[in-house]
Structure formats: C-alpha cells, structure tokens
Design a protein around this ligand. Structure first.
Ligand code: MLT
Ligand code: MN
Ligand code: ZN
Length: 306
C-alpha cells in the first residue's frame, strides 16, 4: 500500500494562526529549522489503483488536495481519487473537512463508529448539514474486530480498535468516554500481506493496542506532545496531554518507551504533532532522541510504502 501523509500536525496546524510559542514564531521568522504542517489526515491507496481511502477530513483538505496530485487523477470532468472517508474520531481537525467535499456529484461514502456518528449529527451536525449538499452514505464501523472494506480500494482490509483517548468538547461523552469515541485502524494490504496500525489520537497503550502495534509492519501513532505538561509549561494552555487523550513521548511509559518494546522490524512514525512539540525543531535535542530511537516524525507530503 502507498500512504501519503496529507497533514501531520495536530488540531491548529503548524504554525498555529494565533500562536507565538518558540516553534510557531521561529518557523515564521525562519529562526527555527522546522517544516510547516497542515492538520491531521492521510490517504492510503493500494499498489495497483488510483483510488484510495481518506483517513480523516481536515479543515486543510483543499490545500492538501492541491499539494498532492495523487488525489486528483483527472479521469473525468468531475473526479477524485477519494473512494471513501474513514473517521478516527469526531474532532474538528478530523471531521470539518467533510464540508469541503460538498460538491461531490454523489453521496460521500463515509465510515465511522456510532458515537462519532452521534457527535457529527448532534453536537457538531456536519453530516446533517451535508444532507443539503452531496449527502453522505454512512457505513457503521463495528468494534467487534470484524474487517470492513471500502469499494474502490478492495485489496485493503480494515479493522477498528477502540482506543482510550478523548471525544470532542461538543460531545456528550467528552468526560464520560464510550468505546468508539476514538479508534485506531489496522490496515491490511491483502496482496502484499503487510499491515499498518494508524492511531493519531492515542491516550493509553492497552494490551490490545500493544498487540496491534507489535504485529504491524509500521505504526503511525499519536505524536501530539513531548511531555504531559507541555502546554502548561509554555503557558499556552491549561490542559495536560493525558487529560485530552494524548500519550506524551517522553518519560516513563511514554510513547518512546513503548516503541522501544516493539519488535525491531516495526517501522515507527509519529503523526498528529502539536505546534508546541519540540520535535518539530529539527535541531532540538528532543528530535535527536527520537531519531536515535529509530522513530520518524511524519511530514506533509511524505510517501510511505508498506
Ligand atoms: C486533539 O486531538 O486533541 C485535537 O487536535 C484538538 C482540536 O482539534 O482542537
Ligand atoms: Mn486532533
Ligand atoms: Zn505554537
């Protein structure tokens, strides 16, 4: 399978419009060596097809489509390589890009869990609004581990794993999590017999999550924060990483520790990186720690073949 990283930043992107933290101010001024990034989304297509699956629809999707010609194969007057959209949660950075796909000439095939569907028809009724445009052909993602397929990319098999993370602030489950608020996905390329585990929002490595990571050829997982207190330390926010459902990289039982326990052949990538994270600075000691551990931070436009 071929994975195009459309957006590797967390909600807000990098630099974030209203932020003057060291990273955001530094990348604008050119004094910090770092690459700007758009908000969290990836596109996966099989080796032998132009059509693929969009994971999450970020508010930056139009810019992402322009920057990545694979998304516009131009086979017809109105065309797109997006065979369907799979949502990992119902947060703004992952769902509001659906509005930008409203010009479709047929209902948008969309896969999401029941709690995400509820959030996107109630707290933030994106899917109800879309009914006034192209409409949505919604498919339910079950949490029983059974595989599902997206027509148009049928050699890829998907399995969802409920995760401990956080629903959006407009969700009735924000402080009372239910299974399916956030999922990780195992993507199995049936022809190559390779598997990727994708989880851009991951608060806790439970035994099933660790099993999914260990049995994958590559993991693309939550790279939001370096430390739990990052936003407090930088005085840009009052919430810890863990309280909003993101496992930090540093420290005991942080993401780096967990990744070091994976079998050596597993390729390790971080995605959904917050603008405050020091790993964005390519000259930072934190970035060096990551690279020494064999972990790569994703960049927009990156192509990963597995
Ligand atoms: C999150 O995953 O915590 C989000 O990026 C927050 C947001 O989009 O505001
Ligand atoms: Mn997010
Ligand atoms: Zn910032």
């Amino acid at each position: 399978m071929r994975i195009t990283i459309l957006g590797s930043a967390a909600g807000g992107g990098f630099p974030q419009w209203n932020c003057n933290c060291r990273n955001c101010a530094g990348v604008r001024a050119g004094t910090v060596r770092a690459k700007p990034r758009t908000q969290s989304s990836i596109f996966i297509r099989p080796d032998d097809g132009d059509d693929g699956v969009l994971f999450n629809a970020s508010p930056d999707i139009l810019e992402q489509i322009r920057a990545n010609p694979v998304l516009q194969p131009a086979r017809a007057l109105r065309d797109s390589a997006i065979a369907g959209v799979v949502l990992m949660d119902g947060q703004i950075d992952h769902a509001t890009g659906l509005f930008m796909l409203r010009e479709r000439t047929a209902p948008l095939p969309l896969w999401c869990t029941d709690p995400v569907h509820e959030d996107l028809t109630q707290g933030n009724p994106v899917l109800r609004v879309l009914e006034h445009y192209c409409g949505v052909q919604r498919h339910r993602i079950a949490l029983d581990g059974k595989p599902f397929f997206v027509p148009g990319a049928a050699s890829l098999e998907f399995r969802a794993l409920p995760l401990s993370s956080k629903a959006a602030p407009y969700s009735p489950h924000r402080e009372r999590p239910v299974p399916g608020d956030n999922i990780g996905i195992q993507i199995h390329d049936v022809r190559r017999d390779t598997t990727v585990f994708y989880a851009p929002g991951l608060g806790d490595i439970t035994p099933p999550v660790f099993d999914a990571m260990s049995s994958a050829d590559a993991v693309l997982v939550d790279g939001t924060f370096w430390t739990d207190e990052e936003m407090l330390t930088l005085a840009v926010g009052k919430k810890t990483a863990r309280s909003i459902g993101h496992l930090p990289q540093a420290g005991a039982d942080g993401m780096i520790d967990w990744m070091e326990r994976l079998p050596p052949q597993v390729r390790r990538y971080l995605i959904h990186i917050n603008n405050t994270n020091p790993i964005l600075d390519e000259d930072s000691p934190e970035r060096a720690v990551l690279l020494r551990a064999g972990i790569r931070p994703c960049e927009d436009g990156m192509l990963i073949e597995i």
